[in-house]
Design a protein around this ligand. Structure first.
Ligand code: GCO
Length: 448
């Protein structure tokens, strides 16, 4: 594999998953604080009260990044740490924490990439309807104004929303993530639309306050693949990628990149008649769509696996077989997804692409020699990055790659059971141990 000199190599994390310090200083509760403290919601009854204790140990993490030579860090700002009630009073202590993290990055030659929303909505806003309330989009705009004015020219890279498909889909449709709602399609779509508005308003605000900044999103959804790298993309593959079906062909109406990127980049909701959102989305006010559709510098994609379609069988998904290799999470391993994801997205939207998340969970452990050996993660990375490199070779403008994640962390409803880090965390002591894959990644960056 080969990557150019200016390729952006990094790692990613998110506030609720790493920070802890959930009640410290002025921080207001988020929907994830409420949800994790509701019995029965999280595996083993875990919560993010301490998580990786990054609120106190971020310097250690940044030192490790520097030692490993990882030059870019994507992390998120916790909205209720900066504005405890979601609107109104701003916490100076909250801003001071992120000042220290950002200054800590810059002092070590690490470029900060800030995600403005990675799911930890202030609980005070949820109490007023959360994303079902259009005012939440306006409050998000005001929070983004505070952040972008405060950090000024120190931050040049912003990502508005992380995976609205999961925050609304899993939080408002399936109910297995905060705030745990199972709404009807019309109400689901209303929440979705308000989140799209929040994105558009945020981009406008960033452009006004930080005209120097590059702005993107972190989207997710079904990635359709075929084996190999044919010159022309088979129409069936594009159709599958931008339809409301999951990787096993089951209806999955929210899990599509097109639900986010069509309005954000093309200014219209997808004409996806198979989705229960179709009817409502077609009635969305045109003025709203022009707010949602703002110029973006890149499309960030979070890609872990894809649906491999079989050209010899009518482009049906290749069925999973018993004993097929999986990650510890049970997710299939499909390296082609890192080729076809960027390709299909670039072909549909014409923008440069960034991999904002990719990685796998393993049953990592500290071995008798005191080290964490994770050859399965290294093998995964080798396979996926080879496909990504091929996408570049075929002319797809892929700007960079962020590994999920820097450290093991709180994996939402799974608690601490899924380890995605390049750095192992012993949650009893919060001790950090770089895994073999961290050194492998470090080496890869140095050579590329
Ligand atoms: C997501 C989130 C991350 C997850 C990661 C592994 O993609 O769901 O952005 O917060 O931890 O993807 O599931």
């Amino acid at each position: 594999m080969h990557f150019p000199k200016d390729f952006v190599w990094g790692t990613a994390s998110a506030s609720y998953q790493i920070e802890g310090g959930t009640c410290e200083d002025d921080k207001g509760p988020s929907i994830w604080d409420t949800f994790t403290h509701t019995p029965g919601k999280i595996a083993d009854g875990c919560n993010g009260d301490t998580a990786c204790d990054a609120y106190h140990r971020f310097e250690e993490d940044l030192d490790l990044m520097k030692e490993l030579g990882i030059p870019n860090y994507r992390f998120s700002i916790s909205w209720p740490r900066v504005i405890p009630d979601g609107y109104g009073t701003v916490s100076e202590k909250g801003l001071a924490y992120y000042d220290k993290v950002i200054d800590g990055c810059l002092a070590r030659g690490i470029t900060p990439w800030i995600t403005l929303y990675h799911w930890d909505l202030p609980q005070a806003l949820q109490d007023q309807g959360g994303w079902e309330n259009r005012r939440t989009a306006e409050f998000f705009r005001d929070y983004v104004a505070v952040v972008t004015k405060h950090f000024g020219t120190k931050v040049n890279r912003y990502i508005t929303l992380n995976e609205p498909q999961i925050s609304i889909g899993v939080g408002y449709c399936d109910g297995t993530h905060a705030p745990g709602l199972t709404l009807e399609p019309e109400a689901q779509f209303n929440a979705w639309h308000n989140m799209m508005l929040a994105h558009g308003m945020a981009v406008q605000t960033i452009r006004a306050n930080a005209p120097h900044a590059q702005v993107g999103v972190a989207s997710c959804g079904t990635v359709a693949c075929v084996p190999g790298h044919p010159e022309e993309t088979p129409q069936e593959v594009a159709d599958y990628a931008f339809s409301s079906h999951d990787e096993d062909g089951k209806p999955h109406h929210f899990y599509g990149n097109h639900w986010f990127l069509d309005p954000a980049v093309k200014g219209a909701y997808p004409a996806d008649q198979t989705s229960p959102w179709y009817e409502y989305s077609q009635n969305a006010p045109i003025e709203d769509l022009s707010t949602i559709c703002q110029p973006l510098d890149f499309i960030g994609l979070n890609i872990y696996h894809g649906a491999v379609l079989d050209p010899d069988n009518g482009y049906e998904p290749v069925p999973r077989y018993p004993g097929q290799v999986r990650t510890a999470f049970g997710w299939p391993i499909t390296p082609e997804a890192l080729y076809w994801g960027p390709r299909l997205i670039h072909e549909r939207y014409g923008l440069p692409v960034m991999i904002t998340e990719n990685g796998r969970s393993c049953n990592d452990q500290v071995f008798l020699d005191g080290k964490v050996h994770d050859p399965d993660r290294i093998d995964y990375l080798q396979r996926y990055l080879t496909e990504l490199s091929q996408a570049r070779e075929d002319g797809i403008p892929v700007l960079g790659y962020f590994h999920w994640s820097l450290t093991d962390n709180f994996e939402w409803a799974e608690g601490f059971n899924q380890r995605f880090g390049l750095i192992y965390i012993d949650y009893r002591t919060c001790k950090r141990i770089p895994k073999d894959s961290a050194y492998w990644y470090s080496d890869l960056i140095r050579k590329n």
